[in-house]
Design a binder for this molecule. Structure first.
Ligand SMILES: Cc1cc2nc3c(=O)[nH]c(=O)nc-3n(C[C@H](O)[C@H](O)[C@H](O)COP(=O)(O)OP(=O)(O)OC[C@H]3O[C@@H](n4cnc5c(N)ncnc54)[C@H](O)[C@@H]3O)c2cc1C
Length: 654
């Protein structure tokens, strides 16, 4: 079976991965056991009722999460004997559990009543649907097979959590949770981490791996432009909104003055400027001290991650909504690399990880959070006592429509009309559990829409440096380097709430697109393409003369390097080297900025402004950092920095 390039667009960046490492998964009928014989007999009866299968191998496909999942099924006269997974574009890591478990369970039980794997529902359903199609092709009765009971799988690959006592309990196995678990363990604590889905990773796994930090070494060759200088001046000209803001602004003013006096022509950046820009981008609703804690720890955390096996490219760019050239990148533009490295190190460091284990409520004794009640992989409620503390790292609530609607104060409609690009695990559990023990919630009304949610199914570049956005009329409509809320609002006002990102071959190569991946996307209609702009326009269905003019004006603006009619200040390369590409996009619910209030130690604060003893939180479950609008590329550092801080502080809480 041919190796398959998986084409995924994480909201900010294109991820490419190979399905199941390109390996073909085959599930053959196992050695017969008593239980299997019973299941096989049941099926044989079901098949007998509607006539035996016609032996042979049949092929079908069904829609998974990222596209069709192809498979073939081999039948004897009485049974399904083998399921072979073919080509698909499902996300490695997220879909693995479905490919590992579902075909085996179908063959073993001779049933289509197998449960979907949590966290990989679309992939699971695609497998079940395609097998059902093959059953029908073979003359079997798929409906009858859906009713065949499924034996419990005694070979559960993962450990099952029982009542336990530990130093630190971490709830949630995304970036914040794994980073907290690893750091707590490195500080000498015994650690249990519970993850409610069948796979680790959460949104961190899905993310594009963009990580913002000032980094003198990697930024040293990026030129400063007039447009970037005017952006600094603009933020510095903002009136003081608080003492903390005035102090931060004064520090940046001093750094900026020294920078200008030095005659340096390369990019200006410092942790303080990163903080000030983030506060400004969040409309001064973020907590200045927390943001400063973040930006003064980002480079240390990046280096800590490097020490723990995470790789970063040397190139620094501006991911969409990042506003500045400080977005660092994993080699595959993927958070999967971060999760894999953290998982490996956490496990080696002694962290005990339990999947399919959902925390339900916190345990409080004498005013101290000292554990949680967890539903384990067998569906049984168990209690984990944590002597030093609990770190809540359950992520945001983008996948919880009810909570979105309840708290939203930013968008006209944030309900079912909008999809989300989040993990199904992002249901706000930690916010509910935290509130139940008195935690204060901050910034809950601020919900980020990601303008770059792929409609055509693919993507080339989530970077704004060398691409333009155009609408169905072939016209630009916004400064591409704007804040995400501005971009999303602008897109929602366009025809069909849709836009295209136009870029050229040079940009595609710069973003690591191989000819195979590009070919796959073009061939399967995931991106529009053309040898010339006119041909591209024709394939997109937009007026060719309008798009040609738009690209020509864009190229002039790049060469001028000055703010253009939309106020864009970030320019890098022109769009001139064919072939040209244009995937289409529409906004999706992406990030929830509000959550549990924390201080700089990662301690959770109650509604009276007091620290809740033993209770820590990190990542998207917290609020107070991003204000009304999160800067693109600031969330991964938020999760990983505060995870590291919270884990270490929980471990030290003896
Ligand atoms: C498609 C996409 C791309 C993105 N790209 C970027 C990017 O490139 N750069 C950037 O800075 N930001 C990016 N973001 C945002 C960023 O990825 C997230 O904000 C960040 O990773 C959140 O990390 P976290 O650990 O707080 O939450 P998550 O990574 O979501 O982890 C939370 C985990 O907790 C689990 N959980 C939830 N409830 C329970 C419970 N009751 N019991 C046990 N476990 C539970 C969830 O299943 C999940 O695995 C992106 C987001 C998305 C959706």
């Amino acid at each position: 079976m041919k190796k398959m390039a998986a084409i995924l667009l994480s909201a900010t960046l294109l991820l490419s991965a190979c399905s199941g490492n390109g390996e073909t998964a085959t599930t053959a009928a196992p050695e017969t056991t008593a239980a299997e014989t019973t299941a096989a007999e049941t099926t044989a009866k079901a098949a007998e009722k509607d006539g035996a299968y016609t032996p042979g191998t049949y092929t079908a496909s069904a829609q998974g999460n990222n596209g069709p999942v192809e498979l073939s099924v081999t039948f004897s006269e009485e049974a399904i004997t083998e399921i072979t997974i073919g080509e698909h574009a499902e996300t490695t890591g997220i879909s693995d559990a479905a490919f590992d478990k579902i075909p085996g369970a179908i063959v073993k039980n001779q049933s289509l009543g197998v449960d979907a794997v949590s966290g990989a529902t679309y992939t699971s359903n695609a497998i079940l649907e395609a097998v059902a199609d093959c059953v029908t092709q073979a003359g079997g009765d798929a409906e009858a097979l859906r009713a065949v009971p499924v034996e419990e799988d005694g070979e559960t690959a993962n450990a099952v959590l029982e009542d336990a006592e530990v130093d630190v309990l971490v709830i949630g196995g995304g970036g914040a949770g794994l980073s907290a678990a690893l750091s707590a363990s490195q500080e000498g604590a015994s650690v249990i981490l519970v993850e409610k889905l069948s796979a680790l990773g959460g949104n961190t796994f899905r993310c594009g791996g963009a990580f913002n930090t000032a980094d003198p070494e990697r930024q040293k060759d990026i030129p400063m432009t007039d447009a970037l200088s005017s952006a600094v001046e603009k933020v510095l000209a903002h009136e003081n909104v608080s003492e903390e803001h005035a102090k931060l602004k004064a520090e940046v003013q001093k750094q900026w003055g020294e920078y200008k006096a030095s005659g340096n022509t390369m990019l200006f950046d410092t942790p303080e400027w990163h903080a000030l820009q983030s506060i400004d981008a969040g409309d001064y609703e973020g907590n200045v001290e927390l943001v400063r804690t973040l930006t003064s720890n980002t480079l240390d955390t990046l280096n800590w991650l490097t020490d723990n096996g995470v790789e970063w490219t040397d190139q620094v760019s501006t991911v969409v909504g990042a506003l500045w050239n400080r977005s660092h990148q994993t080699p595959n533009n993927s958070g999967a690399d971060i999760i894999a490295a953290l998982e490996k190190n956490a496990t080696e460091s002694g962290v005990k990880i339990y999947l399919d284990s959902k925390a339900e409520e916190l345990v409080v004794e004498d005013g101290k959070v000292c554990g949680a009640v967890v539903t384990n992989a067998d569906g049984k409620k168990v209690t984990v006592k944590a002597a030093r503390g609990v770190v809540m790292a359950t992520g945001g609530f983008s996948a919880n429509v009810e909570m979105r609607v309840k708290y939203n104060k930013q968008w006209e409609d944030i309900g079912e009309s909008l999809t989300t690009n989040n993990t199904p695990g992002a249901t706000g559990d930690g916010i509910v559990m935290g509130e139940a023990v008195g935690a204060n919630l901050v910034g809950m009304g601020w919900i980020q829409l990601m303008p770059l949610n792929s409609v055509s199914g693919g993507g080339i570049s989530g970077y704004v440096n060398s691409s333009l956005y155009c609408n169905k009329e072939g016209k630009r409509f916004v400064a591409e380097d704007q804040r995400r809320d501005v971009l999303a609002a602008a897109v929602l006002a366009q025809t069909d709430k849709l836009f295209y990102i136009v870029c050229d071959q040079k940009e595609a190569e710069l973003r690591g697109m191989t000819p195979e991946v590009l070919g796959y996307m073009v061939q399967n209609g995931l991106v529009y393409s053309g040898e010339t702009i006119a041909e591209l326009a024709e394939n997109m269905g937009v007026p060719a003369d309008a798009l040609e003019q738009t690209v020509a004006e864009f190229n002039e603006a790049v060469k001028a390097g000055k703010p253009d009619e939309f106020g864009r200040t970030t320019w890098e390369n022109t769009i001139e080297v064919g072939p040209f590409y244009a995937p289409s996009f529409s906004p999706a619910v992406h990030h929830t900025m509000g959550g549990l209030e924390i201080n700089g130690n990662g301690e959770v604060i109650d509604t009276h402004g007091q620290v809740i003893a033993g209770f820590y939180a990190a990542g998207e479950v917290t609020g107070g950092i991003h204000g009304t609008n999160r800067v693109g590329g600031n969330a991964v550092p938020d999760a990983l920095c505060f995870g590291k801080i919270a884990g270490a502080n929980a471990a030290a809480n003896k």
